[in-house]
Design a protein around this ligand. Structure first.
Ligand code: LLP
Length: 408
């Protein structure tokens, strides 16, 4: 873990976070970039010799320095808006390493992507494919696409973050194929079908549903190849989860290596060559779009205690940060650990509700957490906030956004 206690103070490497927090005014997000890079390397090695491409899902954390480092590390980017594509380019991702996902791409965004010649647009509906075809014709520029399949699996995760279930708006089942193929028959020279893509949900802590999704999608892949489409990419999306309740990373590292084995078992051998890959090996490129697994553990949100307020039922710790900076607890009932930057060793522990300044009762960052005594003016960190923290933050109640600090 990048953040550890030395004596009673929380550190990131050599950096005393209490000193850091005192030197900045207002709440801060602190990230350890080394932790992110180590995870990217670990994931890469989990794939072993399977030809693969890791496209970092920028929506998890779009910090410019983190993007720069991941681009330099050789990852691609998974983007969902023209804004993210712009940020990816500014960070040094080459256009041909950028994938464009999402159900609601506007014509303007598609034009931007086609003009740039990005690696792939992930198509979510026949109307979108039609629009991409029109843009490619208008600009006289070909574009590579993949069809996002909805395999109708129900991953055991929070209902707001399942995406591959038939009730979700994402992806397409096989009944869409005739219409998609009609468009390709007309425009196949400009809109080149390169592969299939999946993303069944986020915060998966086991892989059975991903296995089911891949297994259900493979026949479609082979069917399309049989029809003469030279598919050479299979994108399995993102979704790997972490264990928010604990600082023990062994289970998630184990998950990463099982992920590599799953890919090897299901896709490594069964996708025969359809051409020579850029790296000289033969076969189909396996793509993935991880977000959380790379960045969640690397970030803390640090706030300062403004007031302690006790009622007969509870003791509230009221911070200068809250749901406007970290929405996950309010939106998904996510449970993040709370780490005081300095712990009072001999104090009596007691339960606290850690809340923010926002005028909503859902503005609770952590409920009923047992901590050593907390006093006005103390600093506390909300752990594992590197993914979907700052990227989902808002100006609600007209507060400022936190400062982001990347430690190396
Ligand atoms: N690819 C696609 C098409 C996605 O929609 C997502 C996430 C990812 C990749 C990356 O998924 P990851 O590896 O991070 O699980 N705000 C929620 C998570 C929403 C995920 C949305 N899509 C949260 O805080 O838990």
């Amino acid at each position: 873990m990048p953040f550890t206690y030395r004596e009673n103070r929380l550190f990131c490497g050599e950096r005393d976070l209490l000193d850091l927090a005192r030197s900045v005014s207002g709440p801060i997000y602190v990230y350890s970039v080394q932790d992110i890079l180590e995870r990217a390397r670990r994931l890469r090695s989990a794939f072993g010799r399977v030809p693969h491409a890791i496209h970092y899902a920028m929506k998890a954390n779009g910090n410019a320095e983190i993007l720069r480092r991941l681009a330099r590390e050789g990852l691609g980017a998974d983007t969902v808006s023209a804004g993210e594509i712009e940020d990816a380019l500014a960070a040094g991702f080459a256009p041909n390493s950028i994938v464009f996902s999402g159900v609601g791409k506007t014509r303007h965004e598609i034009e931007f992507a086609v003009r740039l010649g990005i690696k792939q647009i992930n198509i979510e509906s026949p109307q979108e494919l039609e629009r991409v075809a029109q843009v490619a014709m208008h600009l006289e520029k070909p574009i590579d696409v993949a069809f996002r399949m909805n395999p109708d699996v129900n991953p055991q995760t929070h209902p707001y973050i399942t995406t591959g279930f038939r009730e979700n708006k994402f992806g397409m089942d096989e009944s869409f194929l005739p219409e998609l193929l009609r468009i390709l028959q007309r425009d196949g020279a400009r809109v080149r079908l390169r592969g299939l893509t999946l993303h069944i949900g986020s915060q998966l802590t086991e892989l059975a549903s991903l296995e089911e999704a891949i297994t259900k999608t493979l026949p479609v892949f082979h069917d399309l190849r049989g029809r003469g489409f030279p598919l050479d990419r299979f994108d399995i999306g993102g979704g790997l989860g972490i264990h928010y309740g604990s600082d023990d990373t062994s289970a998630e590292f184990q998950l990463m290596s099982e992920y590599g084995q799953l890919v090897h078992r299901l896709l490594g051998a069964t996708l025969p060559t359809s051409g020579r890959m850029n790296d000289g090996s033969l076969g189909c490129e396996i793509m993935c779009e991880p977000g959380r697994m790379l960045v969640a553990r690397s970030g803390l949100l640090i706030g300062q205690v403004q007031y302690i307020k006790s009622t007969p039922q509870k003791t509230f710790v009221i911070l200068d940060t809250g749901m406007h900076h970290l929405l996950r607890p309010a939106l998904y009932q996510a449970q993040h650990r709370v780490l005081p930057l300095e712990t009072r060793v001999d104090s009596i522990t007691k339960p606290y509700d850690i809340v923010g300044p926002i005028c909503e009762s859902s503005d609770v960052l952590a409920k009923n957490v047992v901590l050593p005594e907390i006093r006005q003016g103390d600093y506390v960190a909300i752990a594992d906030a590197g993914a979907y923290g700052y990227s989902m933050a808002s100006f609600y109640n007209r507060h400022a956004l936190p400062t982001e600090i990347v430690l190396d």
